[in-house]
Design a binder for this molecule. Structure first.
Ligand code: ATP
Ligand code: MG
Length: 419
């Protein structure tokens, strides 16, 4: 062990578990790539104001969880706590939002940072894959994103997840609801912090996870009863499209989510095997965000799926991912055979065969152990006598069968066997 440990609330991704993270990222990305989403990468930190304005001063993410700091040059920056504000900022900066170019569909994958109280499924450094469809108000886009997330989870073999769906209304109807909710909340017995939250952003009180708060919220006015006709119709179209795609969802009128920028469609993916950190992903429509960060009106929708929690969900469901062995062929060189086998391994790799060789001058026993540990299907073993005869021993590590094969033919033979 070294003197140092991974910082509190973080963990390292190391083999063999790390392959699951790669597989999850790839499974989420694949349907997006396949649906017109282009890859975007933005810096790990931004001007702190982007998040303060974009995500909202009153949210936990900004008020409590953000890693904000001043640089030596005096810039006020923050490690990114989420992806949407950065992606929108980048799209605006690059003028991707030209007329005729909309919606701009982007996906991303990366690390996010929140100063949270570490617990199972909740870390200070975590990983998300996200997607944003910027600049179009079209229920089919909201539906597309929900359907693609469902496809991603299913392609991984996840089954015990649920999709919760709600509409948060728009700038016409939400203020009316907000007032009704505020007056309901003012009659409750809440702690000082929650009372303050009720003043700044009353919808977020609905998101309070504490049982004593939830108990008091029974009978609270629900947004559905306040939606204007345009929002109602929009929401019905989203629901109809998802239903037609055969994707099951639950209407959840208390779903509000923790970010200020959401309007209309909001959704969350929850997994029932994760205890209290049950959200594996979430998202929604954020029609006002562009204007909040100084851009033009660009109604948009997006989601972010948590990679860490998706891996935990796979483990909770006992799903074994179908991950091919990293190595197909392992070379064991004895005597003076190393340069020849090293050359064969290089040739195999160039031919697209996953190949490895034992290093460090091990004897037959140690090198064969390496071969078995590698998960390879075949070993090529050779010593001075084999090479004098122009052959290597090709050993099938599954059946134990071993045959000599000409050095000049072994690459072709292996390619054929592994095809
Ligand atoms: P929660 O209600 O669990 O705090 P959130 O609403 O803060 O979640 P989002 O901002 O919607 O989460 O982020 C999308 C996804 O990213 C979450 O559904 C979750 O899977 C993952 N996520 C968020 N925060 C963390 C964290 N601290 N550690 C691990 N994963 C996280
Ligand atoms: Mg959170």
């Amino acid at each position: 062990m070294s003197t140092f440990k991974a910082p509190k609330g973080t963990y390292d991704l190391i083999p063999p578990v790390s392959v699951k993270f790669l597989a999850v990222r790839e499974a989420i990305a694949a349907p997006l790539r396949n649906s017109g989403y282009g890859y975007i990468e933005t810096p790990g930190f931004e001007d702190v104001g982007l998040f303060a304005r974009g995500v909202g001063e009153s949210t936990d993410i900004v008020s409590k969880e953000m890693y904000a700091f001043e640089t030596k040059g005096g810039d006020q920056l923050a490690l990114r706590p989420e992806g949407t504000a950065s992606v929108l900022r980048a799209a605006l900066e690059a003028s991707l939002h030209k007329k005729g170019n909309l919606p701009v569909k982007l996906w991303y994958s990366g690390s996010y940072y929140r100063y949270e109280r570490p617990q199972a499924g909740r870390y200070r450094h975590f990983s998300q894959v996200g997607a944003e469809a910027i600049g179009a108000e079209d229920p089919a886009l909201d539906a597309e994103l929900i359907i693609l997330a469902d496809q991603a989870y299913r392609s991984l073999g996840l089954r015990n997840f649920r999709i919760l769906l709600n509409s948060l209304g728009d700038k016409e109807c939400r203020p009316v609801y907000r007032e009704a909710l505020q007056s309901f909340l003012s009659g409750l017995d809440l702690d000082a912090e929650t009372v303050r939250r009720a003043e700044i952003n009353p919808l977020r009180v609905l998101d309070d996870k504490r049982a004593d708060v939830q108990k008091q919220l029974v009978g609270a006015p629900v947004l559905r009863d306040y939606l204007c006709d345009a929002c109602k119709q929009y929401h019905e179209e989203v629901r109809a499209l998802i239903t037609a795609a055969g994707v099951a969802f639950e209407d959840d009128e208390k779903l509000v989510r923790g970010l200020d920028y959401y309007t209309r469609t909001t959704f969350e993916f929850v997994h029932d095997g994760l205890g209290s950190q049950s959200a594996v992903g979430g998202g929604g429509r954020y029609d006002g965000l562009s204007e909040m960060i100084g851009g033009p009106a660009l109604p948009s929708v997006g989601w972010a799926l948590g990679v860490d929690r998706t891996v935990l969900a796979l483990e909770a469901e006992g799903v074994e991912l179908d991950i091919p062995a990293a190595t197909s062929v392992f070379a064991v060189a004895l005597g003076e055979a190393k340069p020849v086998l090293f050359g064969l391994v290089t040739e195999l790799r160039r031919a697209g065969v996953a190949a490895d060789i034992s290093y460090g001058g091990k004897g037959l026993k140690g090198a064969m152990k390496d071969a078995n540990r590698s998960g390879a299907r075949f070993a090529i073993v050779a010593g001075d006598r084999d090479l004098a005869e122009g052959v290597v021993q090709l050993k099938d590590l599954e059946s134990g069968e071993q045959n000599p094969v000409a050095v000049t033919e072994v690459v072709e033979v292996l390619r054929a066997q592994l095809a």
